[in-house]
Design a protein around this ligand. Sequence first.
Ligand SMILES: [Zn+2]
Length: 551
Amino acid sequence: MNSIARLRKLPPALKGLIFTFMPLAYYLFDKLNYSQAGLSAVLGFFTLTTLFYWRDILPNKRALFSGLLLSFLIIILLNIGFQSTLRDAFGVQQEDVIVVQSIFSTDMAESSEFFIQYARYISLNLALFLGSLVLFWFLFVAEPPSLSVEDKPKIKRYWAAGIVTIVLLAIHFNPTLRKSNPLFYFPENYLRWQADLEEAKQLYAHLAATNSDETLNSMVVSEGVGRRTVVVVIGESDTRNDWSLYGYERETTPLLEKVDGLIVFEDVIAADASTIGSITRMLTPATVEQGELWKEKPSVVVMAQRAGYKVYWVTNQGTEGRGIVSILAGQADRAVFTNRGGSRLEGTLDEAVLDPYRAALNDPAEKKLIFVHILGSHPSYNYRYPRTHAVFEKLYDDAVAERLASQGRSMWEITFRNMYDSAIYYQDYILSQLVNELIDHPNEPAAWLYISDHGQDVAHNSDFSGHNRRAKEMWEVPMLLWSNDHYELPVSDIAALKKRPYQADDLEHAILGLLDIEGGYYDSGLDIFSADYDLGRNFPRHLRGSGLDYR
Ligand SMILES: [Zn+2]
């Protein structure tokens, strides 16, 4: 009892600090990510500390401030529980576009369904919420009035109270912190949602129209094609310039080098230099020249389904890339989101895709198209690999590091390159697992394709690392094809095939070719794997917004 009394006598700032242990515990048990926990801790600390100060200073308003303390405690803890439930149940963050959409557009029937389906997560988080609330309330809010307060010099307390109040208001000028405050989250997102809704309505209307697209009815599987599995793996921020398979000095791709029969394409240029720009151009009839066509024409997901394929979409990307990527996933027969970080800036390692990928391979459906969308080497590079694969991290004396140093790159940039190469090295493990799983399914025709959405500039040209449209490394991507003995490739001259110059905005033709689908949206002249591939029609390649004259 004595120690509880002593706890209750703690100065306001320490009581506020003790509150921050709660979000910290959520973080340590992986129930919140570090930014969610950090934001809740900052918000909770300043709000509660401010109220504790004023309650001490104004003892005759004690009931009011205790009431405010209890209310804010409930709001902040409920918000933590809300975020933790979203993370447990769906692996998403509250600012993700699907969450915002579903909160504000869900009707009552849907919400009761939601509560039943996710009762396990909700009840766990509710219990945690009540436990933390009662504990903190009992220790600090419900304390009996402290009699010594009025003896102390008031002026210092006013100063302290004034300062924390000002800081509390000031931190709300930071948009990230303001959005994390539940009092602002709901109104701000309501407005954003209303604006998005209008845009989304138009987009969905366009896309719904693509379902009744006339040409779609012509898409059919060629005669005599039976069982078939085609896997399309889409990489992220992966430049072939850092692959040993393409001649890089560091051994970044040892496992892929051991895969028998892998066709390594030597001259492939990304469709665009951004994720959305590239994915829309690769997986729909949109091209470099007609970039908006994806809003009017069906995607390759819909085309494959129409021809009788079961389509899977397994992704480790977050859903903050609003719009098309979620739409493509939504079009698939089965979509699995593996990223529990919510944002591409942190997040789950790519090995999370392996289990759902295996499940898709084991699905007995006769014709399957499986998309796997990995995080690859997206910034921040150091979040893309486990410690076991941090092999280049501290390498400052090999040929690559010395060349960069002799080019005048800073230590910082060499470190970025080292982390990037470690991410490529880990990705080599992921890609080889994905292809080897398919190799272990030997009984039916199968093909496997890998291409990255775009590359990356990692101190290749200057003291800069990141997305850089003007760098050729941003456009030069790896592309790999593997197929088994039951699968007959349309071209037999592999040596010539892998040298074909290509830009990936026509990739949907290549995928349709692998699926053996013909019809109005398939053009063998644009299919790099076809014997009819017409080099002239893929030229000149155009690196949008780069200023590069690439042939
Ligand atoms: Zn990207």
